[in-house]
Ligand binder design. Structure first.
Ligand SMILES: [Zn+2]
Length: 115
């Protein structure tokens, strides 16, 4: 009878301890999963926001200028950019934002750029 009580106590202790061990384990996992690119933040940033309105970019709306592809939040922003691309390229440069290089040209001819 005393053995049985001891077993129950051990079983209860195991059940109580288990979540604690799991929590500690996941805590370690989160630490390991932290990004290591802290150096990259100091250097040039990839474009993630519209240079006109600062909203997140829509990758289906872009202008190719000076060998770079600049993305916008919407067509209205693209029109604004196209009216004075140099101004906005300079603005992006000052903010450390580096537009993507224009991807390799597809086989099919592209729609002519509106100047
Ligand atoms: Zn915009």
């Amino acid at each position: 009878m005393r053995m049985l009580v001891a077993l129950i106590v051990i079983a209860c202790a195991a059940i109580v301890c288990l979540p604690v061990v799991q929590a500690a384990g996941s805590g370690c996992g989160m630490t390991a999963a932290q990004p290591e690119n802290t150096d990259a933040e100091v250097a040039a940033k990839a474009q993630t926001t519209c240079p006109i309105c600062a909203a997140p970019i829509d990758k289906s709306v872009f202008s190719d200028v000076e060998g770079k592809r600049v993305y916008f939040a919407n067509a209205a922003c693209k029109a604004t950019f196209d009216a004075a691309p140099a101004t906005y390229l300079e603005k992006m440069q000052k903010e450390g934002i580096v537009p993507e290089a224009i991807p390799a040209a597809p086989a099919a001819p592209e729609v002519p750029a509106v100047k």
